[in-house]
Design a protein around this ligand. Structure first.
Ligand code: COA
Length: 333
């Protein structure tokens, strides 16, 4: 793959994240639910996750990541003409959107801003939407934010799910450029499986009743592995790319065993795989940009690197994306 002399394409011009300070470790869970560090690590690979402060909202987390992403793209907030946020734990359900809140926090009061609901596949969906917006000419610089305060919709008495999720945010700017192209994105869904992973509210519930995430983890696990393996292979075949050409695999960080299954299917070495699930747990729509930011800050994104992303989440939704990094803009991050 060569990014030189290409006509301008949608490009990810920057990546950034915000990670809340407070750590909730597996040992902490041992104090209030019937679980163990050993069980959680063996089944999920997770050792700890971050939890936002009570007075820190999802849009606060997203705004902090967004400010950094705009700076790293060498832009100012007024250069942004659309903000799209992916989240399953918005500040408010239905309205106002978290994107509107982030826009206001950035001082942007006359701008296209909306949320998308694609659960843990949110960042792949953001890439598809922002790519279409800039390649159609509708928008110039789209701020994309995956932001989660998953702790706000977690039932901390349900050991089957509360040990999996954490809080955090990741953001990037997508613009037309000849560097860092988003080569291809594939997204999909199958609503027939909606009930296996959902925020359920009984029809008789009062409106103020909290929403709590519920999951049939075992069934989700099997479908996630099969779907992701097929999806990434389809994307690589469509683009005539052999898996050994992939320089870095940055998967959604739900469960180490799901990541490893795809890694093995593609025969990728550990050096090519970015894993953050042990530190942050599943941060849903924020997990890929948080992991990508970590790879960037550790110097693992090199000039010309071919990057593969994949994600699976409630809906069911899933998707994968191919990007190339290492143009001049990227090295200036
Ligand atoms: N600590 C200790 N035991 C637990 C537990 C916990 N936190 N959560 C569940 N268990 C118990 C169950 O009660 C069950 O006990 P039983 O056999 O006495 O009934 C046993 O562990 C096995 O439960 P099961 O749900 O079959 O475990 P699992 O091996 O499937 O692991 C998950 C559970 C959630 C870790 C796993 O299914 C998973 O990761 N699924 C995918 C989740 C995911 O990534 N979803 C998001 C997609 S974006």
């Amino acid at each position: 793959m060569n990014s030189k002399n290409l006509t301008p394409k949608a490009s990810l011009k920057s990546i950034a994240s915000y990670i809340p300070e407070k750590i909730l470790s597996n040992k902490d869970f041992e104090q209030f639910i019937d679980t163990s560090d050993e069980w959680i690590v063996r089944r999920t690979g997770i050792k700890e996750r971050r939890i936002a402060k009570d007075d820190e909202t999802n849009s606060d987390l997203g705004t902090k990541a967004a400010i950094k992403a705009i700076q790293r793209a060498h832009l100012t907030p007024k250069d942004i003409d659309a903000i799209v946020v992916a989240t399953l734990s918005p500040d408010y359900f239905t309205m106002p959107s978290t994107a509107c809140k982030i826009a206001a926090n950035l001082g942007l009061t006359n701008i296209t801003a909306f949320d998308i609901s694609a659960a843990c596949s949110g960042f792949i969906y953001l890439l598809e939407v922002s790519k279409a917006l800039v390649e159609s000419g509708a928008k110039k610089n789209v701020l994309i934010v995956g932001s989660e305060k998953a702790s706000s919709i977690m039932d901390y008495t349900d050991r089957s799910i509360c040990i999996l999720f954490g809080d955090g945010a990741g953001a990037g700017v997508v613009s037309l450029d000849t560097q860092n192209p988003i080569i291809d994105v594939h997204t999909a869904s199958n609503g027939e499986f909606g009930e296996l992973l959902m925020t359920k509210r009984s029809p008789k519930a009062k409106l103020c009743e909290p929403l709590a995430m519920k999951m049939k983890g075992n069934e989700v696990f099997k479908i996630a592995v099969n779907t992701l393996c097929n999806d990434v292979i389809e994307l690589l075949n469509k683009n005539n790319i052999d898996s050994n050409q992939i320089d870095l695999f940055i998967p959604h960080q739900a469960n180490l065993r799901i990541i490893k299954a795809v890694q093995e299917k593609l025969q990728l070495s550990d050096e090519k795989c970015v894993i953050t699930v042990e530190k942050f747990g599943n941060t849903s729509a924020a997990s890929i940009p948080m992991a990508m930011n970590e790879a960037y800050e550790e110097g693992r994104l090199k000039k010309g690197s071919l990057i593969l992303l994949d994600a699976f989440g409630g809906g069911f939704t899933w998707g994968s994306a191919l990007l190339q990094f290492g143009g001049e803009n990227f090295t200036r991050f």
